[in-house]
Write a protein that binds this ligand. Sequence first.
Ligand SMILES: Nc1ncnc2c1ncn2[C@@H]1O[C@H](COP(=O)(O)OP(=O)(O)O)[C@@H](O)[C@H]1O
Ligand SMILES: [Mg+2]
Length: 251
Amino acid sequence: MPALKSHHKKSSHRELLRVGDDAPFQFTESYKSLRTNLEFLSATSECKTMIVTSSVPNEGKSNVAVNLAITMATAGKRVILVDGDLRKGTLSRYLHLGKSKSHGGITSLLTGSAEWSDVLVRLNDQNLIFVPAGPIPPNPAEILASEKMRTLIGTFNKFADCVIIDTPPASVVTDAAVLSRFCDGVIFVVRPGVTTIQGAQLSKKSLEAVNARILGAVINGYDTKKSSRKDGYYYSYSYDYYSTDAGKSRK
Ligand SMILES: Nc1ncnc2c1ncn2[C@@H]1O[C@H](COP(=O)(O)OP(=O)(O)O)[C@@H](O)[C@H]1O
Ligand SMILES: [Mg+2]
């Protein structure tokens, strides 16, 4: 995913950079090609429930999870986006949901303290349902490892064409590895200038230790100007796109 300019001057301010009409062509197009690659994968093996993780914070997991979910829903798939970061869930804030729906989420569903209707949030797109993290539990890894969680993911699976789960960093806590056992695969995000080789290797080891299937890596936040100068890919890609009639009418 190309780097986008933040709207905020303070670099410490976290925000969601969203695909859609205002986003640059390359940004939206990168998500469409991620969607296409996943569709190819699902032609040969089950690839419906995916977790998005990376080695450390700030590599863009949550941004990738939301944008992938929107991109999938745009193609007409019924998508459930789950905030599986029970420690520091950011998706409700990124989606500007505030403290609506009585703070319910995954943890309230697992403890039986909320009904489905209190928890599920239908986002603008009719195909996209969001499940917040819920109140922070004292034992996130145990909760995620529970049979109840497996059943919950199974239920999401039944009602959706695609389930995307955002998670905490895999080299810091075991949550992503634990969750991967209930999912079809893992999308691993790396970000130039943030990811270290050691961090990525450590995460890969911890995911492989539980036999997680790593579907592939998403390189997030790279400088498109530098990349296009180096290999000309972006220039030629954009050129081809605009130069065909089919390209012009494509959504
Ligand atoms: N492609 C990108 N270009 C520019 N900034 C990005 C990009 N992806 C993520 N960011 C920024 O990085 C910060 C961390 O992103 P986030 O998705 O919350 O990371 P994580 O979930 O891995 O901690 C956010 O402020 C976000 O806006
Ligand atoms: Mg995050």
